[in-house]
Design a protein around this ligand. Structure first.
Ligand code: ME8
Length: 519
């Protein structure tokens, strides 16, 4: 099975913050979860580098636009490396190959007469990079950015988006439509469908007065509207239009191999572009539409929208310094259900870190390693596989199902409850008492717990790859978890070998996985 997952490509008007990290970590979890099951994955992220907003940011920094974009794009790449993001490619919209792909795509639509020229007057919000309708304005201001939109009146090229209203409604509501696709969570599907049913107007796809963009191929006095340029990244990253493979049949091009995307992930702010404009562009070009579009919620920080003006923008490195990379990945996804809006405060993240990571999970791993070291001379005992192992495996299978449906919060809650149960099992079995009263029962109890930790590490790996590998090695496994896991997970549950490290392996003395935070 193959799986193509994307994040939005982020604007380089500022350095990455935890809003960008949130979606990128979620996409990384999905990518890692699929790889863990032995699927072939293409995971794409990148940066959106054209348009008025970026031109302004470069001017503010007194840098040439390309140099400015290079600097910020490098920052995104560095942050994603630090956060353990396993993207297979990083697309930048100022790359020559992307620009060529955009021009080929637009030329195709122009030749099919999906593009026409008209005069346009409208109110443009540079921060949104879109035109706002009069009824969207609040006191004459953009509702999101609280700034007055700029009046625009110019000749532009338009895309016949209105022609796709019926086909899109049909594709969304009929699963037998060859272009069927889904929008999740369901409330987002209803929201898009509701709006589509009201009306769908053509959209301007070029700018006459903005130089920082991709020239329209048949009229170099205009540049491509940044959103059209940006959406096309999802196919130009695959090498669209793949001239070589057209000559080279039967070689399968990367576009044929990976397109359509299985999942476009984003927050709800940019759903309309992905759920309506993007599929319409693809339909017009005769290309398949993405299979699923998932729009998660928007979060605030201490109850306020993150903004430079308020000064409450949190950078990923601030969380990493406090909670480590794995802690940050865990906490961002464990704080509230994926798909809902939420709020972060450093104080609640700290409480959660100490309770679930330091006290529960970290402590569990370290006490098991200590006991195996002390009572069994550090050796993994023969397989006993008591009922707790089957129980933990069954509960963790539900975690897999939660990953499949992007229910990260539910997955992490379940993992934490499993860790709780294993801790309770240790309390009731009390190996420290067995050591005195019936030492012959010790191997079975501790062996079971080791097997449970093996399972826990496996299901934790998409979220906390480093901690999972540390647990894996600590309980006596050799090699890399990501190499063993696909062989195990890809088999039907009733045919899998028993979980756990082989008997006789050495369990290493504990090192703290998640050091407790001082108050
Ligand atoms: O919109 N809560 O880029 P962008 C949750 N370039 N997610 C958040 C967030 C928050 N507070 N803040 C940001 C663009 N995000 C375009 C996209 S794609 C073809 C072009 C995340 O830099 C979330 O994924 O404004 C949101 O959709 C995205 O950042 C917007 O990033």
């Amino acid at each position: 099975m193959k799986y193509y997952v994307t994040t939005p490509i982020y604007y380089v008007n500022d350095v990455p913050h935890i809003g960008h990290a949130y979606t990128t970590i979620a996409a990384d979890v999905v990518a890692r979860w699929h790889r863990l099951q032995g699927h072939e994955v293409f995971f794409l992220t990148g940066t959106d580098e054209h348009g008025a907003k970026i031109a302004q940011a470069a001017a503010t920094h007194q840098e040439p636009p390309q140099g400015y974009c290079d600097r910020i794009a490098a920052q995104f790449q560095a942050d994603w490396r630090t956060l353990g993001i396993s993207n297979d490619f990083f697309i930048r919209t100022t790359a020559t190959a992307h620009q060529r792909g955009v021009q080929t795509f637009l030329q195709g639509l122009y030749e099919k007469q999906y593009i026409y020229k008209a005069r346009y007057t409208g109110k443009y919000c540079v921060s949104c990079e879109r035109f706002l309708l009069d009824d969207e304005l609040v006191d004459g201001l953009c509702p999101d950015h609280r700034i007055p939109p700029q009046e625009h009146a110019e000749e532009n090229y338009f895309f016949r988006l209105s022609a796709f209203r019926e086909p899109l409604i049909h594709a969304l509501t009929n699963d037998r439509d060859p272009h069927h696709f889904t929008i999740a969570p369901p409330e987002r599907h209803h929201e898009v469908l509701g709006k589509l049913k009201v009306a769908l107007a053509d959209i301007s796809i070029s700018r006459a007065s903005l130089a920082w963009g991709i020239p329209i191929p048949w009229d170099s006095s205009q540049t491509t509207y940044v959103w059209i340029d940006a959406l096309l990244n999802y196919i130009t990253a695959l090498g669209y239009p793949d001239e070589r493979s057209r000559i080279d049949r039967p070689v399968v091009s990367n576009v044929e191999r990976w397109w359509p995307a299985d999942l476009h992930l984003m927050a709800k702010d940019i759903l309309w572009f992905h759920a309506v404009i993007w599929p319409a562009l693809l339909l017009a070009a005769g290309l398949p539409v993405p299979r699923k579009i998932f729009a998660h919620g928007f979060f605030t920080v201490n109850g306020q929208k993150m903004s430079k003006t308020i000064g409450n923008v949190i950078r990923p490195e601030e969380l990493i310094q406090r909670f480590g990379v794995d802690g940050t990945r865990y906490l961002l996804l464990a704080a509230f259900p994926f798909g809902s809006d939420g709020d972060f405060s450093l104080a609640t993240l700290e409480t959660m870190y100490n309770a679930t990571l330091a006290n529960n999970l970290g402590n569990l791993v370290s006490r098991v390693a200590t006991m195996v070291d002390k009572y069994l001379q550090g050796r993994v005992p023969e397989n006993a596989a008591g009922p707790i192992v089957g129980e933990v495996e069954r509960r963790l299978r539900a975690v897999g199902a939660a990953f499949d449906t992007l229910k990260f919060f539910e997955a992490l809650t379940a993992i934490s409850q499993v860790a709780d149960s294993i801790n309770q099992y240790l309390e009731t079995q009390a190996p420290w008492r067995l050591a005195k009263e019936s030492p012959d029962r010790l191997p079975a109890v501790l062996g079971d717990v080791l097997r449970c930790l093996w399972l826990l590490a496996l299901y934790l790996a998409p979220i906390m790859p480093t901690a999972a590998q540390t647990i894996w090695t600590q309980i006596g496994e050799e090699g890399h978890l990501t190499e063993t896991a696909p062989r195990w997970l890809s088999q039907p549950p009733d045919r899998r070998p028993p979980p756990g490290p082989p008997a006789g392996r050495i369990v290493r003395p504990p090192s703290p996985l998640f050091p407790r935070l001082g108050t």
